[in-house]
Design a protein around this ligand. Structure first.
Ligand code: 2M8
Length: 453
């Protein structure tokens, strides 16, 4: 009650138009028990999108925020996996469901159709953020409801995605990182995973015809999306996973395309901390084996640091080779809260550097000095509000409150000027991608609320 009152007072001081406009976007994208990322290009439920949406919605309607999370759990597989997409059952999306054929795996749920891969584990963060808004009795009930699912999910990540018990978890498709076209992954895709048929299609210029069938470029300029060559590459990886019935042993038995992504693992470390906190609150013990794995992850994470360039990178699972195409992933360890103060300071220096991430509207998804940088090209340059949200949270926890406040302000200004776009140019803040994007709206609400704290 007390918390609710103080939030109401804060809401009174907010730029009402931005807050109200953000609420309207979420209402517009509300599909009943979940929120679609955007009308048109994204008609299904996505894993980390719903988590971000719930983080914003908790300020508006806590019950609806809880429903958003619970509707995600209906997609959980029997082995604990949470899929990155739960498909709309509408007739017109049959092709999307058929591409994945989740029914090929005995672990997939019977009543909903899903993808066969996951996305960054933001679920524990969303659960805790909702928990913060509840009184102790309601929080206990809430945690009791979601704890088994989060526990099963984290255990699955260790069992299937850390097969050698080395500590870091691997990803098997760029979509699992949420940063689809991020340079290190695209580089690897071209190195290991472009079958000859795709190269032939590209050579004879058939990609133009294939583009006609792409839903995403009906809603955004092709220059702001994945190239058709890369989209075909993604499709080839997905088809291979499907051929193996999403069985991880069969998938990993013959592949060089498995990466321990720095951004995913950063989010996982933070999520483990949240899971431990939830267990403490509920006074339940986490399995010893899981606690050991969590410790191992924090220790192994140091292996992603390159002392020469003083940056973090993702690495190949098989060879442990660091993938040194620079990207926003290098900053995500700030969000873990477990790296040293010295390393955090190195990362903050890069955020300040105008030749790297210190643009007019930070934080670019690729540093401006990189040959990959392109201000409007999907995950190869633009600023994304969800990434800023992670970085702001990390900056605060490492004591960089002024940096966090400045980044909050520039993010809100960008949204206020350009609307709730999917992403933005880090140079002039101009909008790109889909319009009326849910996580941009939801996290705007959260930033508006948190800016006062
Ligand atoms: C984008 O990814 C999907 C596939 O999962 C796509 O390209 O169609 C990414 O930006 C991802 O992070 C996001 O969750 C999804 C929906 O917003 O779109």
């Amino acid at each position: 009650m007390e918390q609710q009152l103080s939030d109401d007072i804060q809401a009174a001081d907010m730029p009402v138009d931005l807050y109200e406009a953000a609420k309207t976007v979420l209402e517009m994208n509300d599909a009943g028990t979940y929120t679609v990322p955007a009308q048109g290009p994204y008609p299904h439920q996505w894993l980390w999108d719903s988590c971000f949406t719930a983080i914003g919605l908790r300020h508006v309607d806590i019950l609806r925020a809880q429903t958003e999370i619970l509707s995600l759990l209906r997609g959980q597989w029997a082995n604990g996996m949470l899929p990155n997409m739960i498909f709309s059952p509408a007739r017109q999306y049959r092709r999307d469901r058929d591409v994945w054929r989740s029914w090929l795996s005995a672990d997939a749920p019977d009543d909903v159709q899903t993808s066969g891969i996951t996305q960054p584990p933001v679920l524990a963060e969303a659960a805790v953020r909702i928990g913060e808004k509840l009184n102790k009795v309601d929080r206990r009930a809430w945690y009791k409801t979601v704890f088994p699912a989060i526990l099963a999910y984290h255990q699955w990540l260790y069992v299937e995605r850390d097969p050698h018990s080395e500590g870091l978890v691997l990803q098997i498709h760029p979509w699992e990182t949420g940063l689809d076209s991020t340079p290190p992954w695209i580089h690897e895709l071209h190195e290991h995973q472009l079958p000859t048929w795709i190269q032939v299609v590209h050579k004879i210029g058939l990609d133009n015809i294939i583009s006609l069938f792409r839903r995403d470029i009906k809603y955004a300029s092709p220059s702001q999306r994945l190239s058709t060559l890369d989209a075909l590459g993604f499709y080839a990886v997905q088809r291979r996973l499907r051929r193996k019935n999403y069985d991880i042993r069969r998938i990993l038995s013959h592949t060089l395309f498995a990466i321990e992504d720095v951004s995913f693992n950063s989010i996982f470390i933070r999520a483990n901390t949240h899971l431990r906190d939830i267990a403490t609150f509920l006074k339940v013990d986490l399995p010893e084996e899981l606690l050991e794995s969590m410790q191992k992850t924090e220790a192994a994470f140091g292996g992603l640091w390159d002392p020469y360039s003083r940056q973090y990178y993702s690495r190949e699972f098989v060879t442990h080779r660091l993938l040194k195409d620079p990207s926003i992933g290098t900053l995500m360890p700030l969000y873990t809260g477990t790296i040293s103060k010295d390393r955090a300071q190195q990362l903050v220096k890069m955020i300040e550097d105008e030749h790297m991430f210190g643009t007019n509207y930070p934080v670019p998804s690729v540093p401006v000095s990189s040959e990959w940088f392109n201000e409007h090209a999907y995950w190869q340059g633009p600023t994304w509000v969800n990434m800023n949200w992670f970085i702001i949270d990390g900056l605060k926890r490492y004591g960089y409150t002024d940096h966090a406040a400045a980044l909050t302000e520039s993010t809100l200004e960008m949204v206020k000027n350009a609307g709730f776009s999917e992403y933005f140019s880090p140079l002039d803040g101009s909008p790109a991608g889909a319009e009326n994007f849910s996580w941009t709206a939801a996290l705007t609400i959260d930033l508006l609320k948190s800016a006062k704290k």
